[in-house]
Design a protein around this ligand. Sequence first.
Ligand SMILES: [Zn+2]
Length: 100
Amino acid sequence: MVTKELKDRLALLCDDCSIEIFVDENMVMLKDELWTEISDKHEDSYCDCCIEKRMGRQIEVDDFKSISGMDMTGTGLIPCNAFWLYYKRPEEFLKLKNKL
Ligand SMILES: [Zn+2]
């Protein structure tokens, strides 16, 4: 059975390279002001690689959107950003986790 959740997940493709975007792999949520700068439309979705191409630099922790009360990982980050950091930059993830 295809649940609504699965449908939403299947529908999430990068608007630049069409790769599927997974919460625990290549999805990051940026601060609104940064997103406005790099996206064509607010509702567009881009994978982490295309975000970095559009920014012309690497994604930094300071670029992450922060939403208080959603932290489940002990890093002060919202879950998709924490997962991304955990997989892509494990050293930075541990630094954040140890700081808190
Ligand atoms: Zn992409």
